[in-house]
Design a protein around this ligand. Structure first.
Ligand code: ADP
Length: 217
C-alpha cells in the first residue's frame, strides 16, 4: 500500500483519488472547497480543506511522508504552479502535475516535476488506439514495443484449440491468462479448447499482437 496526496478534487482529482482507494492505497485529498471535501470525505482516507498556494498550510499537511503528490488543479494554472513550487521547496520526493497548456508544461518541466500529465491528449491517444482495435478490451505498454492486451474470444472460435490460433505467431506471443466466467487460469495449456466468451490476456510485441488480435475476435 502506498500513500498518495491528491491536490484538487475536481473531476480528474476525484476520479484519481477514488481509483487509488479502490486499488488499496491511502489517499489524502486537499481542496479549498468545503463542499467537495465533504462530498468525498467518507470515501477517502483523509480529506482536508486548505489553500495550497499558502506554503504554511501546505507544510502543515506533512506531505513529505507521502509517496507521490498529484497536483490535480486544472483551471487555475497560477495556483497549480505556485503549489508545485512550494512542494519542490518543501522537498517532496515525487510530484506529478496535471497540465492544461504547453506554457504550463514548459514551466513544469523547468521545475523538474516527475511526471506531467495531459489527460485530454493521453485519453485521446488511448481512445484512438482502442477504436482501431475494438476487440482489445484493455492494454498496457510495458516498454520496448511489448504490450499486455486483454482480448475477448469470438464465438466463431468455440471449440478451436488455442494452439491452432496461435501457431501463426508461434513463440512471439505468451498467453498469460485465460479467463472463463469466474475462473482464471494462468498459463493455460496450448491444447485448451476455446469457448465463446473466453477472455485471453496476451503478452507480446505489438506487431505480433496486431496480427493475432483480428483472428481471435
Ligand atoms: P477538473 O478539470 O479536473 O474538474 P478543476 O480545475 O475544475 O479540474 O478542479 C480543480 C480543483 O482544485 C477544484 O475543486 C478547486 O477547488 C481546487 N483548487 C483550485 N485552487 C486550489 C487551491 N489553491 N488550493 C486547493 N485546491 C484548489
Amino acid at each position: 500500500m502506498a500513500q498518495f496526496a491528491v491536490i484538487g478534487l475536481g473531476r480528474f482529482g476525484a476520479a484519481a483519488s477514488l481509483e487509488l482507494m479502490k486499488l488499496g492505497h491511502s489517499v489524502l485529498a486537499v481542496d479549498t472547497s468545503g463542499k467537495l471535501v465533504d462530498k468525498y470525505a467518507d470515501h477517502l482516507t483523509r480529506a482536508v480543506i486548505a489553500d495550497v498556494t499558502d506554503r504554511a498550510a501546505l507544510e502543515e499537511l506533512g506531505l513529505d511522508n507521502y509517496d507521490v503528490v498529484l497536483v490535480a488543479i486544472g483551471e487555475d494554472v497560477q495556483a497549480s504552479l505556485v503549489c508545485t513550487v512550494h512542494l519542490k521547496s518543501l522537498g517532496i520526493k515525487t510530484i506529478w502535475v496535471k497540465a492544461s497548456s504547453h506554457a504550463q508544461h514548459l514551466i513544469l518541466s523547468k521545475l523538474g516535476v516527475d511526471r506531467i500529465i495531459h489527460p485530454e491528449e493521453e485519453m485521446g491517444i488511448r481512445v484512438a488506439q482502442v477504436l482501431s482495435y475494438p476487440m482489445v478490451n484493455d492494454y498496457i505498454s510495458i516498454g520496448n514495443g511489448e504490450f499486455v492486451v486483454e482480448i475477448d474470444v469470438s464465438e466463431k472460435l468455440d471449440g478451436v484449440a488455442l494452439d491452432s490460433v496461435l501457431k501463426e505467431v508461434d513463440g512471439a506471443i505468451h498467453v498469460l491468462v485465460l479467463k472463463r466466467k469466474t475462473e482464471v487460469t494462468p498459463h493455460p495449456p496450448r491444447d485448451t479448447a476455446l469457448q465463446a466468451n473466453d477472455v485471453l490476456v496476451l503478452l507480446g510485441q505489438l506487431s505480433a499482437l496486431k496480427n493475432i488480435a483480428p483472428k481471435l475476435a
